[in-house]
Design a protein around this ligand. Structure first.
Ligand code: SAH
Length: 365
């Protein structure tokens, strides 16, 4: 019977899942905790090297379990210290993980899907369309690889890579639990941030299951404009999104919603837009992160000039909103926001459709 059993990738299990798995195989929960610690804290992936596990149990694990990591195929350092790792998954799909060192912090930007289904008009990941969700193992595997490369866990983790994390909620929640676990990477709940374009029903579920910081890709202060930039807004408009975000941070005075706002010249970057944004965010503990647009081949958007971004930021600041401008990092290695394209391609090929209709040129490699 044993060889008919499905092999479980232990990297897919958070601590609770690991304990349950060990109980189910007739062992003890604390052995599960030990194995969990071996894998994530010590980076050990050979059962035989897990010296506090009995030989019999190790043999049993060898028969019914595995520890399968994404394969690191390419590492690219940037001149500014940003590092990009390209990982290959079992079905040969490739994903990218980016490490951004800054001010003594190491922020790891993790992907949650291969491609993305959301079709935001200024994002190059959108061009390749959606391929599939990542598993827990594939999400936490990015943290595993980065931690080994760094010799320590990153201090901050943002789910801001490729994909919409709240569209892959179950896997993302388990992975974020592992990121925070004392037996694993021990990243504080304030330093794990999930970035979403605003899938409102998922926000409530997220809040009930996992305590993490929230960043929302806002990009526009009114529905008419946001419908164009972030099309999911047609489904979950601002009058639903804003209260859901306010609710998310309620009850924890340290929490604020981080609103991401990509600065597109002549589109959303005027002082009128700033004023509308101030009104929109009234009553919600907020900080605004202005992101200079990272252009990519085929896009018709342009980056707002630095003075325009600064004027926008100062206008927000004058009304008491904390506003920062994101430094563009890693753009020399295509590791900046919205540039995580790599070698993955959507088989349904939104890109080709767009090319046929003449909307864009085929631009990505
Ligand atoms: N789907 C999630 C997370 C991935 S995108 C979300 O929407 O939040 C991470 C951030 O980069 C988002 O705020 C996204 O809007 C922004 N972004 C996408 N393309 C960009 C580009 N070309 N230039 C600058 N920021 C971009």
């Amino acid at each position: 019977m044993a060889n008919q059993r499905k092999i479980t990738n232990l990297l897919d299990l958070d601590l609770q899942g690991m304990e349950a798995y060990f109980l189910e195989m007739g062992s003890k929960a604390f052995h599960g905790r030990n194995v969990f610690k071996w894998i994530h804290k010590h980076g050990v992936t050979e059962f035989d090297a897990m010296t506090d596990i009995s030989k019999r149990l190790r043999q049993q694990l060898q028969q019914q379990a595995s520890i399968e990591l994404p394969k690191l195929v390419y590492e690219q350092p940037a001149t500014d210290g940003t590092r990009k790792w390209i990982l290959e998954l079992q079905d040969s799909q490739r994903i990218e993980t980016v490490l951004i060192p800054d001010d003594g912090r190491n922020t790891l930007c993790v992907s949650s899907q291969v491609g993305c289904a959301l079709d935001c008009s200024f994002c190059s990941t959108a061009r390749q369309g959606f391929n599939r969700n990542l598993s827990v193992a594939e999400i936490i595997g990015q943290v595993w690889v980065a931690s080994r490369k760094l010799g320590a866990a990153p201090s901050n983790i943002v789910l801001m890579g490729m994909g919409e994390p709240l569209a892959n909620l179950d896997a993302v929640i388990s992975a974020m639990k592992i990121m925070q676990d004392d037996l694993a990477y021990m990243v504080s709940k304030y330093r794990v941030t999930v970035s979403t374009s605003g899938i409102v029903p998922a926000l409530k579920r997220l809040r009930e299951s996992c305590d993490v910081s929230l960043a929302v890709s806002l990009h526009a202060p009114d529905n008419a404009l946001r419908d164009k930039l972030v099309p999911i807004n047609r489904k979950y408009p601002l009058e639903e999104l804003i209260p859901a975000c306010r609710e998310y941070v309620k009850g924890d005075k340290r929490r604020k919603v981080t609103w991401e706002y990509v600065m597109l010249e002549g589109i959303n970057d005027s002082l009128q837009h700033a004023k509308a944004l101030i009104r929109l965010l009234e009553g919600t503990p907020s900080k605004v992160n202005l992101i200079p647009f990272n252009p990519f081949p085929g896009t018709h958007y342009r980056t707002s000039p630095a003075e325009r971004v600064e004027a926008f930021r100062m206008r927000l600041k004058r009304s008491g909103i904390i506003a920062t401008t994101r430094k563009t990092r890693g753009d020399d290695i295509d590791a900046a926001c919205g540039q995580l394209v790599g070698k993955v391609r959507d088989r349904s090929s939104r890109e080709l459709r767009m090319e046929k209709t003449g909307n864009i040129k085929l631009g990505v490699s």
